[in-house]
Design a protein around this ligand. Structure first.
Ligand SMILES: Cc1cc2nc3c(=O)[nH]c(=O)nc-3n(C[C@H](O)[C@H](O)[C@H](O)COP(=O)(O)OP(=O)(O)OC[C@H]3O[C@@H](n4cnc5c(N)ncnc54)[C@H](O)[C@@H]3O)c2cc1C
Length: 590
């Protein structure tokens, strides 16, 4: 199995050449003094070392050994503890965290690139800190100063981890059904009682403490999602001076045996009258939790890109070496018994699909990162708000499209290996198993699609959508924009189908759910077309500097525009067929 190598050159291309991130940072007062092109490069280089040399080597052994549960305690696979200790010394958990509480205050654009490397190296390992970073964000945005001062510094340091406790056996997508209760206590704390399942990193042996963010209901809470509150519930109680006290009444009942991410502990968590503290306002917990969930949604999307990149790296190496049959146009390696399979059109189709989707996703993730930076750091309120609107619109696309195409890419990677992709030795089957969960957790991709079409496009009357398509149109209008005709056609189709759905949904709400997954994919393909056109435009200007690198960008853009973008035609037709055929069968007839 080839070693995972962080794709530094490609990451830098996106950061510096496509988005010119350092120019943006220079004009944002909160970032101007803390980060520039050199700092960013140094961070990415160090990140590449940590992920490729420290964390990637534990990916296979972690999968084989898995997380273990014994007598209420979880142990992570061999090597995880030592690697985690080294990892946190680098401050990676708090990379884009609030510097006022010990985070490094770096831009999100850098953090998304780091996360891609981390997931590409080892998805299970990545999850232990991904949840911590998200929990910190929710606490920073909604908790009292006292809670922030107590919890954030050790969490950013990585000495304590975070978890996200939403799901219960009978309440997954529909969190309004949760039964975990919170009883107010005289001292202002709450007693939390209930059982949560599928909690990633609910227990582990990597950190001194685990800070659970738990959704629960107060005794007089209204029914449904409007009656949910958010609590911080530490595994070990925290004294007012920040030192650790007695164990809280929180236990890990068991861990799940599952298809992939086997080194990540997926826990049943029991809260037996545990002490908790309210985060934000009573009954407004779901909104507060969304700060964490939105962070995690982008992060989990990036899991799709990271796994696809790892799969691509091995598939290319294999396709160059594996000798089978001759090229249809005559022998390419006449001195060998057969040609390497990279000569065959179908193998090239698979590799290019992987490359085009992974690099398109990488650019899209950085674009969302850029909007998150603007939403957080711009001193122009109009710019902040419009960036926030774009983030809200694009987050469900990022989560679902990155992971749907991430699985598609990993399956292509496996297919390039033929039968050798199905066996353990080459690592492709693990990537297929590991990436699959990303379509399910953090809200299934079906739910992301409903969020995009129902809430972010239709309920918004297409305002944020027009903001996004306006940006694409402005790019296509530039005299040097490549693929302007295809881009304008694609963006027109996205706008037209959105308007058509607005009308249809007014008379039949089933039209939204019937169209939503295809709509999200259509949206994703159009967005990637814009990003590929941008990448091709930059590459065109620089081709003479490095024909191999920039020429490959241009050729991949060409492949994307001519071979992948046309998928929107069938998606559009399918959407226009409407919901009627979905209701042709009664439940008994299935
Ligand atoms: C490995 C793993 C790790 C996880 N980590 C965490 C964690 O850290 N914290 C946490 O709280 N949870 C976690 N989860 C739970 C995960 O987020 C849920 O499994 C997921 O949100 C779906 O919920 P569910 O499994 O109950 O499926 P259900 O909600 O029962 O959904 C079943 C199917 O019905 C569809 N569906 C449901 N409602 C609708 C609707 N209104 N419209 C259309 N389709 C619908 C869904 O899309 C899905 O296809 C994890 C799960 C796994 C497997």
């Amino acid at each position: 199995m080839p070693d995972f190598k962080a794709p530094l050159r490609d990451l830098r291309f996106v950061l510096h050449e496509v988005f010119d991130a350092p120019a943006l940072w220079a004009r944002l007062p909160a970032l101007a003094d803390s980060v520039d092109a050199d700092t960013a490069d140094a961070i990415l280089e160090e990140a590449a070392k940590v992920t490729s040399q420290l964390i990637a080597p534990l990916n296979r052994s972690g999968d084989e050994e898995g997380a273990q549960w014994h007598a209420g305690r979880v142990t992570t696979p061999s090597g995880f503890k030592q690697a985690y200790a080294t990892y946190i010394e680098g401050g990676w958990v708090g990379l884009s965290g609030n510097a006022g509480f010990g985070g490094m205050g770096m831009p999100k654009m850098l953090a998304v690139q780091f996360e891609e490397m981390l997931y590409g190296a080892n998805s299970s390992f990545a999850l232990y800190s991904a949840l911590s970073s998200g929990a910190c964000l929710a606490l920073d945005a909604h908790a009292s100063e006292t809670l922030k001062n107590l919890y954030l510094p050790p969490m950013y340091e990585g000495r304590w981890a975070g978890s996200m406790c939403l799901t219960e056996a009978h309440a997954g997508t529909d969190l309004g059904l949760i039964r975990t209760r919170a009883e107010p206590q005289a001292d202002g704390s709450y007693q939390i009682t209930g059982s949560k399942m599928f909690i990633t990193g609910g227990d582990q042996d990597l950190t001194e403490n685990i800070v659970h963010l738990v959704l629960a209901k107060l005794p007089d809470a209204p029914a449904g999602p409007k009656g949910i509150s958010l609590f911080v519930v530490p595994k070990v109680l925290v004294n007012p001076d920040g030192s650790l006290g007695a164990a809280n009444a929180v236990g890990c009942g068991s861990i799940e045996h599952k298809m992939g991410i086997k080194a990540s502990a997926t826990c049943v968590m029991n809260f037996d009258g545990a002490s908790g503290w309210l985060v934000g306002e009573e009954n407004k917990g779901l909104a507060a939790m969304f700060t964490m969930m939105n962070y995690e949604r982008l992060s989990i999307g990036i899991q799709g890109i990271g796994c696809a990149e790892a799969s691509y790296q091995s598939a290319v190496a294999y396709a160059r070496e594996r000798l089978q049959s001759r090229s249809p146009t005559g022998a390419m390696a006449p001195g060998k018994v057969a040609d390497p399979i990279i000569v065959h059109p179908d193998v090239r189709r698979m590799l290019l699909t992987m490359k085009a989707m992974t690099e398109g996703g990488r650019a899209f993730a950085s674009y969302v990162g850029q909007q998150l930076d603007l939403a957080k750091f711009s001193d122009d309120i109009g710019e902040r708000e419009s960036a926030q609107d774009l983030v809200a619109l694009l987050t469900p696309v990022a989560k679902a499209f990155f992971t749907d195409t991430g699985l598609e890419s990993c399956i292509h990677g496996q297919q390039v290996f033929g039968g050798h992709g199905y066996i353990r030795e080459w690592g492709q089957e693990q990537l297929v198993r590991d990436v699959r969960i990303a379509q399910i957790y953090e809200g299934t991709n079906g739910i992301q699609a409903l969020d995009l079409l129902g809430r972010k496009v239709l309920a918004d009357k297409g305002l944020a959508l027009r903001q996004f398509t306006g940006e694409i149109r402005r790019f296509a209008a530039r005299p040097d924009a490549p693929y302007a005709t295809q881009l304008l056609d694609a963006v027109q189709r996205l706008e037209d189908i959105s308007d058509w759905l607005q009308d249809r949904a007014a008379t039949n709400r089933n039209e939204v759910g019937a169209a939503s997954v295809e709509y999200l994919h259509l949206f994703g393909y159009v967005a990637y077309a814009w990003l590929w056109a941008r990448m091709a435009q930059v590459a065109g200007q620089k081709r003479s500097e490095d024909d191999s690198f920039y020429g490959a960008k241009i050729a991949t853009a060409d492949f994307y525009i001519h071979r992948l973008l046309p998928r929107i035609l069938s998606l559009e037709q399918s959407i226009r067929a409407g919901s009627a055929s979905l209701y042709g069968l009664s439940a008994e007839q299935f």
